[in-house]
Design a protein around this ligand. Structure first.
Ligand SMILES: NC(=O)c1ccc[n+]([C@@H]2O[C@H](COP(=O)([O-])OP(=O)(O)OC[C@H]3O[C@@H](n4cnc5c(N)ncnc54)[C@H](OP(=O)(O)O)[C@@H]3O)[C@@H](O)[C@H]2O)c1
Length: 330
C-alpha cells in the first residue's frame, strides 16, 4: 500500500485508513465485535495499518474493539482517535440528542475545554490499551471554548508523551488559522467525496498551502457510492442512513444513475465502484488518506485494493463532471 507523509509530521499514513465508526455500532444499527476485529486485523495484513476511531463511536466501544484487534501488533499500526464529543457530561456546546448503545437516551455536547480534553485522553489511552496516541484530534469545534485553550491542552499532552501528533476534524479555515498560532497541526479531518466537495473552496487549499495533512472521511458516502445500496435496501431506524438525505429514494435513484455512467471507468481499471470512489478521493492533491469504514474482512479486502491503480486526469474530470449535477442539486 502506498504511504504518504501526514502534513509535516513523522507519521506516514497508508493511502487507505481503516475508519472505525461503524466498528462502534453506534448510529450504524449495531455491529458484530468478532467480525469487526477480524476486519481491522485483515486490514493491517493488507497494509491498512492506520486506524481512525473516536471516543464517541459507541461511547468508547469502538476504541475497546480496536484495542482487541491491535493487541500484540501495536508497533505495526498508527492509532488515531478523537476527543471533544461528550455523552457523559452536560457542559459545552449542545450537539445533538442521541442514544447510548443500550438504548438509553443521552445528550451529546461539544466540549474542548482543557480539563475535558485531558480527562478524555486518559480514558482513550485506557480503552485502547496503549501508552501514546499517534494522532489525537479534536472531533468538532466547540463554540464555547477558545481554540487556544484546546490547543494548549493538546500541546501539554504532546509534551507529556501521551500523544504524538495533534490533529483536528471538521475545522473551517478560521478555526485552523487560530489553532496554528499555538500548535503545529499535523492534520484536519473533513468530509470529502466526489459528491460532497465543500472543502475544495477553502479548507483543502488552506491545508495544502500550510502543510496540514487531510484525512478525508466518508469517501464512499457511507457506502452509497459502492452502488450496493440499491433502491430496495432498507436500514433499521438505529442506522442513521434510514434518515439520511442522500439515501432518500429520489436522491438514491439519482446517485445510482450517475454510478452507471461512471461504471465504465471503474471497469477500465478492473475496479469496483467503491474502489473508484476511494481512488478519486486519494487522487486529489492535498489529500493524505481516505478513511474507509468496513464491517467485515470482505469489505476490507475490496477497499485495500482501492489505491492500486491511477486515474488519468481525464477520468478524474469525467467523474467530477458526472457528479456535478448532483453536487448542485443537494
Ligand atoms: N470526523 C468526523 O466527523 C467523521 C464523520 C464521519 C466519518 N468519519 C470517519 O470516516 C470513516 C469512514 O466514513 P463513513 O463510515 O461515513 O463512510 P464510508 O467509508 O464512506 O462508508 C463505510 C460503509 O460503507 C459500507 N462499505 C464499506 N466497504 C464496502 C464495500 N467494499 N462494499 C460495500 N459496502 C461497503 C459499510 O456499511 P454497510 O455494510 O452497512 O453498507 C461501511 O460501514 C469513519 O469510520 C470515521 O473514521 C469521521
Amino acid at each position: 500500500m502506498e504511504t504518504r507523509q501526514l502534513g509535516k509530521s513523522d507519521l506516514n499514513f497508508p493511502a487507505v485508513t481503516f475508519g472505525a465508526w461503524v466498528t462502534g455500532g453506534w448510529q450504524w444499527g449495531g455491529s458484530d465485535d468478532e467480525m469487526a476485529i477480524r476486519a481491522v486485523q485483515r486490514g493491517i495484513d493488507l497494509g491498512i495499518n492506520a486506524i481512525d476511531t473516536a471516543a464517541i463511536y459507541g461511547m468508547g466501544h469502538s476504541e475497546r474493539v480496536v484495542a482487541k484487534a491491535i493487541a500484540g501488533r501495536r508497533d505495526q499500526v498508527i492509532v488515531a482517535t478523537k476527543c471533544g464529543l461528550r455523552w457523559d457530561r452536560e457542559e459545552g456546546e449542545f450537539a445533538m440528542d442521541s442514544f447510548m448503545p443500550d438504548g438509553t437516551p443521552c445528550n451529546i455536547y461539544r466540549n474542548l475545554r482543557k480539563d475535558s480534553i485531558k480527562y478524555e485522553c486518559e480514558q482513550s489511552l485506557k480503552r485502547l490499551g496503549i501508552d501514546t496516541i499517534d494522532l489525537y484530534q479534536c472531533h468538532w469545534p466547540d463554540a464555547t471554548t477558545p481554540i487556544a485553550e484546546s490547543m494548549e491542552a493538546l500541546r501539554d499532552l504532546q509534551q507529556e508523551g501521551k500523544i504524538r501528533e495533534i490533529g483536528v476534524s471538521n475545522f473551517q479555515v478560521d478555526h485552523l488559522r487560530e489553532a496554528v498560532k499555538t500548535v503545529t497541526l499535523a492534520s484536519n479531518q473533513p468530509r470529502y467525496n466526489c459528491l460532497e466537495r465543500a472543502i475544495e473552496t477553502d479548507v483543502l487549499p488552506f491545508c495544502r498551502e500550510n502543510g496540514i495533512g487531510i484525512l478525508a472521511y466518508s469517501p464512499m458516502l457511507h457506502g452509497l457510492l459502492t452502488g450496493k445500496v440499491t433502491m430496495d435496501r432498507t436500514f433499521p431506524e438505529s442506522d442513521f442512513r434510514s434518515r439520511g438525505s442522500w439515501f432518500k429514494p429520489e436522491n438514491r435513484k439519482k446517485v445510482l444513475d450517475m454510478l452507471e455512467k461512471i461504471r465504465p471507468i471503474a471497469e477500465g481499471h478492473g475496479a469496483t465502484l467503491g474502489q473508484l470512489a476511494i481512488n478519486w478521493v486519494i487522487s486529489q492533491p492535498g489529500v493524505t488518506t481516505a478513511l474507509v469504514g468496513a464491517r467485515d474482512e470482505h469489505q476490507v479486502e475490496e477497499n485495500a485494493k482501492a489505491a492500486s491503480f491511477r486515474l488519468s486526469e481525464d477520468e478524474e474530470k469525467q467523474i467530477r463532471a458526472l457528479a456535478e449535477g448532483l453536487v448542485k442539486a443537494e
